[in-house]
Design a protein around this ligand. Structure first.
Ligand SMILES: Nc1ncnc2c1ncn2[C@@H]1O[C@H](COP(=O)(O)OP(=O)(O)O)[C@@H](O)[C@H]1O
Ligand SMILES: [Mg+2]
Length: 235
């Protein structure tokens, strides 16, 4: 896609002798929501970690606005890629507000009132939780804070690993609506990786399937393929 602001090309990662991802290619345009689906163990988390510079690549490149990114987490974050990790990555002993402040610092910014205002506009439920310790929040609340941490970084691309994991369908729906709003209002490109094929196909504009270490463009209406991914069969 020619209007992609974010381009992952020929990404490959091995852990020792084990080849986990072999050839992953992803494009995301501004304001677009793009997903990668694949069964447990397919290499989705590895893909995001390789993009963020948290694991070494064997091959491949990541470009943001036409610039190739260095493989260092601080460089990737400061260039404008926010990564909401699997497990959400909050510091449980710190308050919500402190978690947001740290996220802004990680992106080379200072948390502003406007940042907090925008996060609480997107997720009204967290407004009253600002002084609560993150570790005491519910799973849904933690996911809202985790995504808010991404937003206060003012990213060009927001990557979320397993948005729906452990959350009730109603909360996943709210979360999807919030991401759609963010993509529209802020023109952030959103990149989701998830095992939950059905949930993802609802929120995404486009979907890739990750099978046998290789990404391919998927047709969301191809229910046979989606079933195969869901049940972890390849081919
Ligand atoms: N740090 C690691 N060292 C060795 N193997 C790993 C490591 N992290 C993940 N793996 C393996 O790589 C494969 C892909 O894992 P992962 O990227 O977490 O998949 P997914 O997120 O799609 O479930 C799995 O077989 C997993 O066991
Ligand atoms: Mg994973």
């Amino acid at each position: 896609m020619s209007d992609a602001v974010f381009q992952v090309r020929e990404l490959a990662v091995s852990y020792g002798a084990a080849r986990v991802i072999e050839n992953v290619n992803v494009d995301v345009a501004a304001g677009e929501i793009v997903g990668v689906v694949g069964p447990n163990g397919a290499g989705k988390t590895t893909t995001l970690r390789a993009i963020s510079g948290l694991v070494a690549r064997r091959r491949g490149s990541v470009m943001l606005n036409g610039v190739t990114l260095a493989e260092r987490p601080e460089a990737v974050a400061r260039a404008g890629i926010a990564h909401v990790p699997e497990g959400r990555g909050l510091i449980p002993s710190l308050t919500v507000h402190q978690n947001l402040r740290l996220a802004a610092i990680g992106a080379g910014r200072r948390l502003s009132d406007e940042d907090v205002r925008y996060a609480t506009t997107v997720f009204p439920a967290i407004e009253r939780l600002m002084d609560r310790r993150a570790g005491f929040l519910s799973g849904g609340e933690q996911q809202m804070v985790a995504i808010s941490r991404g937003l206060v970084a003012r990213p060009t691309i927001l990557m979320v690993d397993e948005l729906s994991l452990g959350l009730a369908p109603r909360i996943v729906k709210d979360m999807s609506r919030a991401l759609r709003r963010v993509a529209g209002e802020r023109r952030i490109g959103i990149f989701l990786v998830d095992q939950n094929v059905r949930g993802l196909s609802h929120v995404c504009d486009r979907i890739y399937v990750l099978q046998d270490g290789v990404s391919s463009v998927a047709n969301k209406e191809d229910t046979e393929l989606m079933r195969a991914v869901y049940f972890g069969r390849s081919g």
